[in-house]
Design a protein around this ligand. Structure first.
Ligand code: MN
Length: 215
């Protein structure tokens, strides 16, 4: 029985135009994200089989696959909701108190000095990923601050316990059909689809959780 399921997109394939074209959104969700969901479920089955047979020859590969596919599923599930249409005013801009996301705006200023400095850091982290990866804004529960992470694949280079609240997919499958090799142009364009209401909701929920450890 499948433990993980592919969530539906919160909009149609064309909703993110002109920043991301419909063909990319369709392939990215229906094929790539779906493959991570299947990979996570398949790996859990293989681990169950290993426990039943007490056969641990593949344990290293299985644990690596679990981290990869599960993290891919989680990051993509956040990614779709982190974005909104750039055409109707629901995506893009900056978080402000006037839009009801003042807590997030304040946290960004406290953690990075200013919105502009934060934007520069996340843009740079996402655009300079080596191979495949993500640029991530995460809530770090020990300090209670926001940090930027440059994630390798889906699961590497991550601080344990940090909670992703805004994720930029920098894998080639996220942009190549439209932006070719211009990853910097794609990441620059991504700011026009950021759904700050969703980011603020994730930030508030992450902050409300029980602290991971005593600071
Ligand atoms: Mn992706």
């Amino acid at each position: 029985m499948a433990i993980y399921t592919l969530p539906e997109l919160p909009y149609d394939y064309a909703a993110l135009e002109p920043v991301i074209n419909p063909q990319i959104v369709e392939l990215h969700h229906d094929k790539h994200h779906a493959a991570y969901v299947k990979g996570a479920n398949d790996t859990l089955e293989q681990l169950e089989e290993a426990r039943e047979k007490d056969a641990w020859g593949s344990i290293n590969g299985l644990e690596k696959n679990l981290a990869f596919h599960l993290s891919g599923h989680i990051l993509h599930s956040i990614y779709w909701h982190n974005m909104a249409s750039p055409k109707d005013g629901s995506g893009g801009g900056e978080p402000t108190a006037a839009d009801g996301v003042g807590d997030l705006a304040d946290a960004i200023t406290e953690s990075f000095g200013s919105f502009a400095k934060f934007k520069a850091q996340l843009t740079k982290a996402a655009a300079t990923t080596q191979g495949s990866g993500w640029g991530v804004l995460a809530y770090e529960p020990v300090s209670g601050r926001l940090i930027v992470e440059q994630v390798y694949d889906h699961q590497g280079n991550v601080g344990q316990g940090s909670v992703p609240v805004l994720v930029f997919d920098a894998w080639e499958h996220a942009f190549y059909l439209q932006y070719k090799n211009q990853k910097v142009d794609f990441i620059d364009a991504m700011w026009a689809v950021v759904n700050w209401q969703d980011v603020a909701k994730r930030y508030a929920e992450a902050k409300d959780r029980t602290p991971l450890i005593t600071p």
